[in-house]
Design a protein around this ligand. Structure first.
Ligand code: KIV
Ligand code: NA
Length: 266
């Protein structure tokens, strides 16, 4: 199996091949990822909401990220493995950012890390890149700033777009090899993509980016109530899993499981 790298994604942009990324938080799903053509896997801090039961990504710690990244990396083969740096794990100092980025690579087995923010994190992006750890940027809706942003809504409309474009350029200059654009108008995402050498990966950013990322459980339809405009669900696993679990309960209660064929004899 040929392992994808940061350079592979850059090459895909040059060749106008769309990049596909999906989040993943454990080994069971990583093993299914191996049997697909997915280009990159992100151990996102969306793990906080999606599998750890938190309301947002703020409570996610470095230990949690390392733990789940390691689970994915033990199984994942071909796709590039990127891990999110969680809330406040890189904002305090360059030294702190370096220490934590290196944990995700050394203990977690990540090939690259992702940080949210623009101009304010350039020293961290430069230092991590210089240390030999490829960095993905993340602009637009940055969920770690949810309390400052006041809600999960589209970013970069009007004048805000200029600032976002400038931040994108600065992140590229600082060494990012890719940039996630979350919840921004498609025109802005398209113009940012055209202005950069590095690929952009969109979520709720329209079709003009170099690639797309979705949250695994969202695209699989785990939660019937979560249907934001930008999401396409590719399966109704919530329904399928619920039915299977309920059928098991009914079988046991009704005495039809275990049957003869599931039973050992002396
Ligand atoms: O944590 C996450 O899932 C992400 C993606 C939505 C880009 O950061
Ligand atoms: Na994230």
């Amino acid at each position: 199996i040929k392992k994808k790298s940061a350079a592979s994604l850059r090459k895909m942009k040059d060749q106008s091949e769309k990049i596909t990324m999906i989040t993943c938080y454990d080994g069971a799903f990583a093993s299914l990822m191996n049997q697909t053509d997915i280009d990159a896997v992100l151990v996102g801090d969306s793990m906080g909401n999606v599998v750890l039961g938190f309301d947002d990504t703020i409570p996610v710690t470095m230990d949690m990220m390392v733990h789940h990244t390691a689970a994915v990396s033990r199984i994942l083969q071909g796709p590039l493995l990127i891990a999110d740096m969680p809330f406040m794990s890189y904002n305090i100092s360059v030294e702190q950012a370096l220490e934590n980025a290196s944990r995700l690579v050394q203990e977690g087995g990540a090939q690259a890390v992702k940080l949210e923010g623009g101009e304010e994190i350039l020293p961290q992006v430069k230092a991590i890149t210089n240390a030999g750890i490829p960095v993905v940027g993340h602009l637009g809706l940055t969920p770690q700033k949810i309390h400052a942003l006041g809600g999960y809504r589209v970013q970069g409309r009007g004048d805000e777009g200029v600032r976002l474009s400038e931040d994108a350029k600065l992140l590229e200059e600082a060494g990012c090899f890719a940039l996630v654009l979350e919840l921004v108008p498609d025109e802005l995402a398209k113009s940012v993509t055209a202005s950069l050498q590095i690929p952009t990966i969109g979520i709720g950013a329209g079709a003009g980016t170099s690639g797309q990322v979705l949250v695994l459980h969202d695209l699989l339809g785990f939660n019937d109530d979560f249907k934001p405009k930008f999401l396409k669900t590719y399966a109704n696993l919530g329904q399928i899993i619920r039915n299977a679990l309920q059928e098991y309960v009914s079988d046991v209660k009704g005495g039809s499981f275990p049957a003869e064929e599931h039973t050992f004899k002396k």
